[in-house]
Design a protein around this ligand. Structure first.
Ligand SMILES: [Fe+2]
Length: 321
């Protein structure tokens, strides 16, 4: 049986008997080296982008000449208060006030049902999933199934990626013309017994921060109802700006729950639930994680913007292909 691969194609099978952290590092190293070879500037961002001071400097130096308003694009979110959303993002790192129109939701659900997705992101394990999340597997059920680059075949997703409100929020928050970095569409299945290594690989019950650019903004949309049993997203409010040195001087993006609960109060650990179509914006430098679905599967869409045109540390989901 082939080893599973992560959303960005990295191999998840690793030798047994090593510490979990060492195994994670081994798993991801090849991907990072490959991306750094393509663009050494990415390496600099990846190394220094974990330090808040370096991020502010790089972000601040870049922004004045690149600031540009994107008010010309039409929007499917006419009621959203852009300034309030940006305020929430600056303070909390999250703004939970988005809702897809029913027609957009229906179009994405039709697309997801019609296309194959890839079990545990393995391109050799194509499967079909109906809109209820039902699927039959040969062998152990996967933790997730990802549609890879097919997302850009869906007109509703392409429209979302250039939506006037989403890009206006991104422009104001990033203080720069937003660069579409990546789109992802994926199922998370009920898999309470999944191995910890697989959960780490697919960022479930594994708090971490993202370093995809000097500054990033992500939009997440739930495409099915998501309650506590459907693998809700979790985020630590304010952790994008409030960062202890121990969480900056680390080679690991993932941090243990024990280490985070020592720093952040329980009230800042938010669990995001909502009906089908519900969406939120998030600064992914804040600590966040998916959670393992325990009762019903979850279908999620992610649209990510950065501030540069650095390569994506992964092999699909990028508009560059
Ligand atoms: Fe993440």
């Amino acid at each position: 049986m082939r080893p599973p691969t992560a959303p960005d194609g990295r191999t998840a099978a690793i030798p047994a008997g090593m510490g979990a952290r060492v195994r994670r590092l081994t798993t991801r190293l090849n991907q990072y080296i490959a991306t750094g070879r393509r663009n050494p500037v990415w390496f600099a961002m990846f190394i220094f982008g974990r330090f808040t001071l370096a991020r502010r400097l790089a972000w601040g130096i870049r922004s004045p000449s690149r600031r540009r308003s994107r008010t010309d694009h039409p929007t499917i979110f006419p009621a959203v208060d852009v300034e309030a959303a940006v305020r929430d993002l600056r303070v909390d790192g999250i703004h939970p006030g988005l809702m897809l129109p029913r027609t957009t939701l229906a179009e994405i659900l039709r697309f997801a049902e019609a296309r194959r997705c890839y079990a545990n992101s393995d391109p050799n394990r194509a499967i079909r999933v109906n809109r209820g999340g039902d699927v039959h597997f040969d062998g152990p059920p996967p933790l997730i199934a990802d549609y890879h680059g097919q997302v850009f075949d869906c007109p509703a997703i392409r429209q979302l990626a250039t939506d006037g409100t989403l890009t206006r929020i991104a422009t104001a928050y990033l203080r720069s013309e937003p660069q579409l970095t990546r789109c992802r569409l994926w199922w998370s299945f009920v898999a309470p017994d999944s191995p910890a290594e697989l959960r780490n690989t697919f960022s479930q019950d594994a708090f971490h921060f993202d370093i995809d650019d000097w500054a990033c903004l992500k939009y997440f949309f739930y495409l099915v109802d998501v309650d506590d049993g459907a693998g809700p997203h979790r985020v630590i409010r304010g952790s994008h700006r409030n960062r202890r040195l121990r969480h900056q001087f680390t080679i690991f993006k993932g941090q243990s729950l024990a280490s985070l609960t020592k720093v952040y109060p329980a009230r800042d650990f938010l669990t995001i639930t909502g009906p089908a179509g519900f969406g939120f914006a998030e600064d992914p430098f804040a600590f966040h994680t998916g959670t393992v679905a325990t009762v019903r599967p979850r279908l999620m869409l992610e649209v990510e913007y950065g501030v540069s045109q650095l390569p994506v540390a992964g092999r699909y989901g990028s508009p560059q292909g």
